[in-house]
Design a protein around this ligand. Sequence first.
Ligand SMILES: [Zn+2]
Length: 134
Amino acid sequence: MEPEPKKRRPLQKEEIDQIRANLLKREEELWKEILQDLENDTNKAHKEVIDILREYGDMALDELRESTAISLIEVKYDELKNIEKALDRIDSGEYGRCLDCGRWINPARLEALPYAIRCRRCQSAYEKSVQFIE
Ligand SMILES: [Zn+2]
């Protein structure tokens, strides 16, 4: 067997730019889908939320969390939050670095899971520790 190539490395600027573009595109899609979900729902209470979203766009993310509409769009809301966090990490230069061990995450992992905040090893340790607490 060939030796395993060195997989951990910082992302290149082009890779980061591509990831950022993908995240922004996905963010836009999600907002459209959320608006559509709310408009298609028969609950009249969503009207107010829709107005707020239309007016403030993604500034209204926290507003959304508080609203009665949250159960309807919870999965998409969570994804939006993940996108927001990933974009923050890109801006601070921390994107692609493992939250726990501080080493670079394998770029192939980030490609499959762009919201990953831990390397594979730390993520599995983290999941075990959470299970243990529960
Ligand atoms: Zn790690």
